[in-house]
Ligand binder design. Structure first.
Ligand code: COI
Length: 375
């Protein structure tokens, strides 16, 4: 084992143990695995763990070989779901370096999610050190091609083994990474969506704006029902009136109206039930940079249909770290079906997707300071 200790910007130093050279995958095996990675299958060779206890705070920061972990059967996270997670990506840059996209934004959202689930907040500097250490160790797993990336998955879970129902007093931060190209095969192929009225993703006062596994587990049944109806994804409506569009699967939604050369981009406002995705925020900024007008305003299903039927709706697309930008072509609902842009992908989603990927791969100046290069 190759042990060394580095000092991250935050409190705890990292104890570093690399996979010994003799146990590393060969370049040929790694290259083969990275060819068609899909999403979430091609895991890298290292991981990070950091512990938190009431007495010691954040400690035992370790970069170590990827390995299975053991948990006490009475672990709080497993029983009561006191778990939050994140998703962010590292990209190869045009200058040969690797850059991580907006780790500070992911750190802040993890802190907000943790607060909502009565968990300790990890300092931004420690979070950034963790992702930087992992990307550095698994540098060889960052794909060179535009459109492929290294997806980083931080998780914070309650690890205390005591099933009294109260916030745990021990936590584990866990960070793994996998190579990805597409969350959806055929990325810009328009999707068919099912407007779900039977189930809701989040209710006012609930955990909708936190990135916590329960929100995803609760979405799976509706997602399956959407599939049974021949749809790719489910569109969530608000819990109170079942009328206002909130999200699509695990993605935020955008609606483009107006002329192609000066479109208006609309997205539902963040009022506690929608996950504030970093991609959503980045696309709003990029659209403004392009001179498009943007607005966060409630959009009803009836409005969506009226716009589509009246011809004023140019495009609808979803976005997220995993999916990047994905057009919606056909909408199915209990009240009937309609299409967006005749069911075809349009130029606006493609333009935003390219503009975002250009920044992420260092092909254009990073005017907002979003990329954190890894030395
Ligand atoms: C992401 O977009 O990164 C997400 O976390 C959604 C994922 C669960 C597929």
């Amino acid at each position: 084992m190759n042990h060394r200790t580095t000092t991250p910007a935050a409190a705890a130093p990292f104890d570093v143990a690399h996979v010994p050279p003799a146990d590393r995958l060969t370049t040929a095996v790694r290259t083969d695995r990275m060819r068609h990675p899909g999403f979430g299958r091609v895991l890298t060779e290292h991981m990070v763990t950091i512990r938190w206890t009431e007495d010691a705070g954040w400690h035992e920061a370790r970069l170590r070989p990827y390995q299975a972990l053991e948990f006490d059967p009475a672990t709080v996270g497993i029983h009561y779901g006191q778990i939050v997670f994140e998703g962010l990506k590292a990209y190869s840059l045009a200058d040969g370096r690797v850059g991580i996209f907006r780790p500070d934004a992911a750190a802040r959202r993890l802190q907000r999610s943790a607060t909502r689930l009565a968990m300790p907040e990890m300092p931004t500097a420690l979070f950034t050190s963790a992702v930087t250490e992992l990307v550095r160790a698994d540098r060889a797993w960052v794909p060179a091609e535009v459109g492929k990336s290294l997806y980083l998955r931080p998780v914070l879970m309650a690890t205390e083994a005591d099933l009294d129902l109260r916030p745990a007093r021990e936590y584990l931060f866990l960070l793994i990474a996998f190579v990805t190209d597409n969350f959806f095969p055929g990325e810009l192929r328009p999707r068919t969506v099912w407007v779900c009225e039977d189930h809701v993703r989040a209710a006012p006062g609930g955990t909708g704006e936190a990135k916590t596994p329960g929100n995803y587990a609760a979405s799976l049944l509706a997602q399956e029902q959407a599939r049974e109806r021949g749809c790719d994804q489910v569109v969530w409506l608000d819990a109170v009136e079942r009328r206002w569009v909130e999200e699509m699967g695990g993605m935020n939604l955008f609606f483009a109206v107006g002329p192609e050369e000066a479109p208006r981009l609309l997205t539902p406002p963040l009022r506690g039930t929608i996950l504030p995705r970093v991609t959503r925020d980045s696309l709003i900024t990029i659209a403004s940079d392009l001179g498009w007008s943007t607005s966060e305003e409630p959009i009803s299903v009836e409005q969506w249909r009226r716009w589509a039927d009246g011809g004023s709706l140019r495009e609808v697309f979803a976005c997220g770290t995993a999916a990047v930008v994905t057009p919606v072509g056909t909408v199915r609902s209990a009240a009937g079906d309609w299409t967006v842009n005749g069911g075809r992908a349009g130029p606006l989603a493609a333009r935003l997707r390219t503009a975002l990927l250009d920044v992420q791969h260092g092909l254009v100046p990073d005017r907002h300071g979003w990329m954190v290069p890894v030395g």
